[in-house]
Design a protein around this ligand. Structure first.
Ligand code: SF4
Length: 264
């Protein structure tokens, strides 16, 4: 995932997963003086939630001697997520969809501005297995391939993403953070649309309890699916979004389409 002289931008949310990711990467990269770690937080503008998580992120980065870079929806897109939710641009699109698409865009902008070679994201084993199963249950198996692109196969114009802790279970991550007294924010987001994910989580946890290894096997399956469909991935034609000039499968990318609806 990494090279010895990488500029690694690490996405920090203030939660436990990214706290552990940053702690581990900092520990390892210390041995590679040519590499640089830059922690970045995207402030979506969720009053009472993100501002608290930011305090934890700042406390963690300070304790590691790193300087936290903050990019906000307000500065990048002119709206906070709270404002978008108040405006209700669409009945069928929820807060998490706006947040997910715009945060992905914001992270790519931040990583590019900071000259990153690679962008590290803190998804854990439980989250990743849930996402794989949710994509399958929704009939969106192509998303498994699109979100599993390796550094070598990443699309030019998008900073390559790596997910170094996808084989660490949530339980291990909590234990690591607890044992090392890492500061992290542990309050759920007020907009969390978690009903579906909760059902999938309960099912996978039950299976993991009865048949240990289920979570890891789910991840392995998604890797095998990605490998099998790699050829079709190369065939996907990417163009450049007419508005923001980032790579996009359509004339106008999803983020610009959403911003257009919000402005209207
Ligand atoms: Fe954004 Fe939804 Fe996560 Fe809240 S729960 S931070 S709205 S994606």
């Amino acid at each position: 995932m990494f090279r010895e002289d990488d500029r690694i931008v690490v996405a920090i949310s203030g939660g436990k997963d990214s706290a552990v990711l940053l702690h581990i990467l900092h520990h390892i990269e210390y041995a590679f003086p040519d590499s640089t770690i830059i922690p970045v937080t995207i402030d979506e503008g969720i009053q009472g939630y993100r501002n608290k998580a930011l305090e934890s992120a700042e406390s963690l980065t300070r304790s590691l001697g790193l300087s936290l870079q903050i990019f906000s929806f307000q500065n990048l897109f002119d709206y906070t997520l709270d404002e978008i939710v108040r405006l209700k641009p669409s009945k069928s699109v929820g807060a998490c969809s706006y947040c997910g698409v715009l945060r992905r865009r914001a992270l790519n902008i931040a990583a590019k501005e900071l000259g990153a070679d690679v962008l590290a994201i803190g998804h854990n084993l439980d989250d990743e297995a849930q996402t794989v199963l949710m994509n399958i249950l929704r009939g969106d198996s192509s998303r498994i391939v699109r979100t599993n692109v390796s550094r070598e196969d990443s699309i030019p114009g998008l900073v390559p993403r790596v997910k170094p802790i996808t084989e660490l279970s949530e339980r291990d991550i909590v234990a690591y953070a607890y044992y090392l007294h890492l500061p992290y924010h542990n309050v759920p987001c007020p907009y969390a649309e978690a009903a579906y994910r909760n059902d999938v989580r309960d099912f996978l946890n039950e299976m993991e309890y009865r048949r240990p290894g289920t979570l890891l096997a789910t991840i392995r399956s998604s890797e095998a699916i990605t490998e099998a469909f790699k050829q079709s991935l190369q065939k996907w034609s990417f163009t450049t979004c007419e508005r923001c000039k980032t790579p996009s499968p359509s004339r106008i990318c999803k983020a610009c389409e959403m911003l257009e609806t919000i402005r209207r």
